[in-house]
Structure formats: C-alpha cells, structure tokens
Design a protein around this ligand. Structure first.
Ligand code: GLC
Length: 530
C-alpha cells in the first residue's frame, strides 16, 4: 500500500523572525506570547507551518544565532511554558512548528566553550577547534570568517586560536568529536519530545572542516567590492566535507524515530551540490535541502525557466523540491522587484512544484527599510559597512495596523518601522479586496483546493516573449500558470486549447479563454485547461 503524502510536501511554511513579529510585553522586541496571539492570522492566511528563527538564550551578538543554551528559551521571548503553549495552540489549529537549530557553532558564552577555553587540558577542549599559531604568531591558516576578517581568534589565556566561521562570538563546534555529536543530537531529542515538527538546520554545509586544516585556494571569480570578502577563497576545506554526509544520515534517522518530522537545510549551493543532501532511498538524507536559487538568479524569463528545468531534472526520484523567495538574510522581494512584480513572484512561489517558504511580511508586500547609521544592529553591517551586506532592512517589525509602531509594539521597536506602514499593513490590506494580502490568501486557498498545485507534476516549462509558463498536472486536471515578467501587455498561446482563468494576480478576472491568454503588464494567471 502506498503511504500517504507526508504533511510537509503539501505544506506552505511561514518563516517568522521572532524579534520582529509581535511584541506582547512592551520591550520593543517580539516574543512567543506575541506569536501565539497571532496564530489565527496564520490560519486566516492559509499557511500550514511556522518556522521560528532562534528563540534560545543568547547574548545576541548575531541576534540569536549565537546560542548560549540550546535547550531553553531566551527570557526576551518568554520561557519553556510559553513554548509549550505555542506548540499546543499551533497544533490545535493544525499548524506545525519548525525550530531553527544551530549545529555549527555556539555562543562564546555557552558553558561548553567557557570550559573549552579554560585550559588546554579541559575535557571540553576538543569540543571546539583549537590550533597553535602559525610560526609567525598569526592564524593557523588562511580561512576567512563569513562576517569579515580571519576565521581565527587568538585566545590569550591558552595561547591557541579557535575557529569561527562567523563572528568571534560564535566558535565552531567540533563535529568530529563523538561527544559533541551526541550532545547536539540530545538537543534535537529535547525539542522533538516537546512536539516540534521539524528543524531548519542553520549553516548546515559547514559542520565538518578539513582534518588537515589546509589553506583554501583563491577564488578566481571573486569580485572585490561586490562579493562578500569571505568569497576571496574557495571554501573547499570548510564546507561539504565527506564526513558531513554521515551526520546528515544520522540526523535523519534520529528525526524519523519521532514520526513524520521534517529537516530543512540552509544550503546556499549550486543545484548539483544540493542533491547529495537528499541521500538515497536506502540511506535518506534530509527531506528539504534548501533551494535558494530564486534569490540568486536574475528575474528574467529564460533564467527562471532554465532554473526550474535544471532543478527538476537534477532532483533524485525520491527528492521533493522546495522554493524560497525571501528570508532574514536577503533583501525583500518587493524591494528587489517592485510592488507590481512582487505579486507575480508570489504567484510563482505558490504555484511551483515543491514546498514553498514564505517570509513574514512578504504577504503584505513589505519592503526593505532604510536603517539610519545610529540604528544599525546587524554585526555583518557593522563589520563590513556600506556594502549592502546588512540584514536589518529585511528584519523590521511586522506591519499589523496603521496605528502607533504598526501595532507591533507599544514602545519604539528594536528596528524602525517602515514609513509606508500606514498603508502596507494587515488591517488595511484585509479591507482591500485587491491587496497583496488577499492575493496570498487566494493563492494559498487555490493551492489547497488544487492537488495539481500542491502535489501535481510540473511540465512544459517554457518562455513566450516576456512570459514564463508552466503546467501543473494531477489526476487529469491541467493548470497553466502564465506569468508576465514585464510591465507591458503580453500574450500566451493556448494552441487549440481553451480554459478558464481561476486566478489573476490582479484579482479581477475569472474569464473563459480560448486560443490564447492576454496578460496585462505585471500580471500572472492560473488557467484551468479543458
Ligand atoms: C545562517 C543564518 C544567519 C546567521 C548565520 C550564522 O546563515 O541564516 O542569519 O547569521 O547562519 O549563524
């Protein structure tokens, strides 16, 4: 008998940045009771799961991605009892909860690192990556931090350097040490036992480093002033080491012990290097190696059609696709494409084959917010200023109402609220039947109604002038998605076919079509073909 489809295949995941979703206690920072109070909004929107960026105790050097206790909640966000309420209330509404899991590093304040740095003989010394200085006293090799400068910091107390792929406040754990593996697997069990439905695995490709600590070679394609300075080197010894794939399988086995739980990898990788993370049917890897290519490719018909075809062709038979248009590390899609084309992008995200992840506020058309220099928070911007690496613009408070601080908080929030929040907000958009919010609700509703969209096959991916087209097919039902990527009128041929428009990004037509579909500028449609 064929097993039913796992929940995460037909699910839409909603990514919440907890600091910025809803403040309940008036400290200007979002929290768990705030999220809890907004669960009905997520139900109304029509998503199936929420993924929370980190909520653990943390000195907040990297806003929660520097964890000082993997099995507790930061008091800013609440406590374990609040978390239990969240799980219970979410599950009562058929919403799944996915946590961010940060296996690659801890905070330098984590008791494990405090012990590790205390002396060369400490039993926890080998839980992190310590090396002697180079003969000239400098770092042991040329490895670079993702957030600027060398990836090694000298610890005066014991005279050795420790490795950190990110900030010096984020020392990397040594996954070659079996005790570290077990301790970090215990963390997964801790949360699985509390009912979480899955994890997003942070910085996943970096877990294991070259045992010989060899220098990385220069990257001939590095573009100074444009690329992250860390890209000067090809990260062949700090990412995707063969031993990583044993860990991938172990994590999957562990998660499977708890039933249908999902593992999503943060993997900014070329398509062919994503595929090994799926593993094989006999030795499965993670279910959703994160596909960030919509964030990286040019917004252009041929580039997108090629992407969809390449990705689909590369997937192993047991591999399920996934797509991402926005997250807390990338500029907002509505800022990149403009508000009109962002609607077309929403239709693309929610009609492609595979699990989509929707970043909070993108359903409203929220844009990047210009952060005045004195309010910059992101350490990446502070370390490498003025080059656009800062991530604060896409992390600003959720816009709920046109009231004070957009209904996010009763006090000045930790990051500024967008100037257009009086217009772009949940309350106003609920009342406007043509709003971006209502477009998302319609798309998500259609996705649930139409198996062709949620689980069906994708075929005939093609371009026609300024339009990107593909079909979604299931049980004899055939839906054509046609997206006009330009701001001028275009048309798409149906050949001898005819059909009915189920949804337009303009939310104003459901007409019958024959022979061809005319599209206005920045319009996308889903057509049921007869
Ligand atoms: C991931 C997170 C990012 C964080 C980094 C270090 O890339 O998405 O926000 O800064 O890991 O943990």
């Amino acid at each position: 008998m064929q097993a039913a489809t796992p929940w995460w295949q037909s699910a839409t995941i909603y990514h919440i940045y907890p600091r910025s979703f809803q403040d309940s206690n008036g400290d200007g920072v979002g929290d768990l009771p705030g999220i809890n109070a907004r669960l009905d909004y997520l139900v109304e929107l029509g998503v199936d799961a929420l993924w929370l960026s980190p909520i653990y105790p943390s000195p907040m050097a990297d806003f929660g991605y520097d964890v000082s206790d993997f099995t507790d909640i930061h008091p800013l966000f609440g406590n374990l009892a609040d978390f239990e309420v969240l799980i219970r209330e979410a599950h009562a509404r058929d919403l799944r909860v996915i946590l961010d899991y940060i296996p690659n590093h801890s905070s330098d304040r984590h008791p494990w690192f405090q012990a590790s740095r205390a002396s060369r003989d400490d039993p926890r010394r080998d839980w992190y990556l310590w090396r002697d200085p180079a003969p000239d006293g400098g770092p042991p090799n040329n490895w670079l931090s993702q957030f600027g400068g060398p990836a090694w910091t000298l610890d005066q107390l014991t005279g050795q350097y420790y490795y950190h792929a990110y900030l010096r406040e984020q020392p990397d754990l040594n996954w070659r040490n079996p005790e570290v593996r077990e301790a970090m697997f215990q963390v997964l069990r801790f949360w699985l036992e509390r009912g979480v439905d899955g994890f997003r695995l942070d910085a996943f490709r970096r877990l294991v480093k070259d045992a010989g600590y060899r220098d990385e070679p220069p990257n001939p394609e590095y573009c100074p002033g444009v690329d992250n300075p860390a890209k000067q080197l090809l990260s062949i010894y700090t990412t995707e080491q063969p031993e990583l794939f044993d860990i991938v399988q172990d994590m999957r086995r562990l998660a499977d012990d708890y039933g249908e739980r999902v593992l999503i990898g943060e993997l900014y990788l070329p398509i062919e290097r994503l595929m090994p993370f799926y593993g094989t049917p006999e030795a499965p890897g993670i279910q959703l190696p994160g596909n960030f290519h919509l964030l990286m490719r040019p917004w252009e018909t041929t580039a997108l059609a090629d992407l969809i075809r390449e990705y689909e062709a590369a997937l192993p038979a047991h591999g399920w696709p996934n797509w991402v248009l926005g997250n807390h590390d990338n500029h907002r899609i509505a800022s990149k494409l403009g508000p009109a084309q962002a609607r077309v992008a929403a239709m693309l995200l929610l009609t492609l084959r595979g699990t989509p992840t929707l970043y909070y506020g993108d359903e409203l058309g929220m844009q990047d917010v210009l952060i005045p220099p004195h309010r910059v928070q992101d350490p990446w911007e502070l370390n490498v200023p003025g080059q656009g690496f800062g991530r604060d613009p896409e992390r600003t408070p959720m816009q709920w109402t046109d009231g004070i601080h957009a209904g996010f908080s009763r006090v000045e929030p930790w990051l500024p609220v967008a100037a257009d929040a009086h217009r772009i907000n949940v309350e106003s958009e609920r009342a406007d039947s043509h709003s971006m919010l209502n477009l998302h609700r319609c798309l998500l509703w259609l996705r649930r109604q139409e198996t062709a969209l949620s689980l069906g096959a994708i075929d005939t991916v093609r371009t026609e002038g300024a339009c990107l087209c593909y079909r979604r097919v299931a049980n004899g039902r055939r839906l054509l998605v046609a997206l006009n990527l330009s701001d001028t009128e275009a048309q798409v041929s149906l050949g001898a076919g005819r059909g009915r428009i189920l949804l337009s990004t303009h939310l104003d037509r459901e007409d019958a079509v024959a022979g061809m579909v005319r599209l206005r500028g920045d319009e996308g449609v889903v057509v049921a073909l007869r």
